[in-house]
Design a protein around this ligand. Structure first.
Ligand code: NAD
Length: 266
């Protein structure tokens, strides 16, 4: 495998993209610490992988929980090579004009708490072990890190903030640690929204025909599953394949190229 002997920590590892990263990274030879706030999802991850995977239940908004996850990984694996910040919330396109001010207030704190502060605190906890191993950070961003309309202002601003984190942390952690990101496009996962916006139990696919939108809007006219986005993470984590890459955001969304009509010649 491409990741033989690597020790990796993934946040939001219980479902969707994080879960697909765990499955693929184990298949590539890595051992993985799966960190998620859902203990139930983690039980399923552990049941499938046994020895290759350790799990920690916690909240990425907590400095203590991030520290605990890193310590558990280093205890179990003896090292940490890759930190993957991935846990996230979506705002279900809630707009500036239609969202009451008090909801914007609370929704901002909750969504930025997970999507931005969660990445910052995870990188903070992982940095010493990553400096020791000469490892790397990979963050999950989104088409919303580059383009409008992949969410409302809360989500789009949070993913743009992620680009700032990649650039600044790549600068601060060089030359020992590379820092990069992958920006996937839409996929039908368990992605939820902030509790403070009443969206904690709504899944992206319930509220929104995400696969239809992808087929129409992406240049490639495909509706990818989470596993289709994982190759870019393998590339960035495999130092032998990406030793010169830092401060980069791989746009895996297909949204940077306008979609041509689905029927040739139409
Ligand atoms: P998902 O909900 O299936 O996975 C996210 C996981 O994060 C869940 O298991 C959830 O329990 C966990 N989580 C949420 N808040 C947490 C917290 N405070 N502490 C710890 N864990 C927490 O959704 P997904 O689509 O796989 O999302 C993963 C990433 O992909 C997110 O950063 C999201 O913004 C990004 N993304 C998703 C899409 C999409 O269309 N699904 C598109 C672009 C980017």
């Amino acid at each position: 495998g491409w990741l033989e002997g690597q020790a990796v920590l993934v946040t939001g590892a219980g479902s969707g993209l994080g879960r697909a990263i765990v499955d693929r990274f184990v298949a590539e030879g890595a051992r993985v610490l799966a960190f998620d706030r859902s203990a139930e999802k983690l039980t399923a991850v552990k049941a499938e992988h046994a020895a290759a995977v350790e799990v920690v239940a916690g909240d990425v908004r907590s400095p203590h929980d991030n520290q605990h996850a890193v310590e558990t990984a280093v205890e179990a694996f003896g090292r940490l090579d890759t930190f993957i910040g991935n846990a996230g919330l979506w705002d279900f396109n809630g707009s500036l004009l239609d969202t009451p001010a008090d909801r914007l207030d609370q929704g901002f704190d909750e969504l930025f708490g997970v999507n931005v502060k969660g990445y910052l605190l995870g990188a903070k906890a992982a940095a010493p072990a990553l400096r020791e191993s000469g490892g790397s950070v990979v963050l999950t961003l989104s088409n919303a890190a580059f383009f409008p309309a992949g969410g409302g202002p809360l989500y789009v601003a949070s993913k743009h903030a992620g680009v700032g984190l990649v650039r600044q942390l790549a600068y601060e952690l060089a030359p020992e640690v590379r820092v990069n990101a992958v920006a996937p496009g839409g996929m039908d996962t368990d992605l939820r929204g902030p509790e403070s916006l009443g969206l904690a139990t709504t899944r992206i696919g319930q509220a929104f025909p995400i696969n239809d939108v992808m087929r129409q809007a992406s240049a490639l006219h495909i509706a990818p599953g989470a596993e289709d986005y994982v190759g870019a993470y393998v590339l960035l984590a495999a130092k032998a394949q990406s030793s010169t890459i830092t401060g980069a955001v791989i746009d895996a969304s297909g949204f940077g190229t306008p979609a041509r009509p689905a029927t040739p010649g139409a």
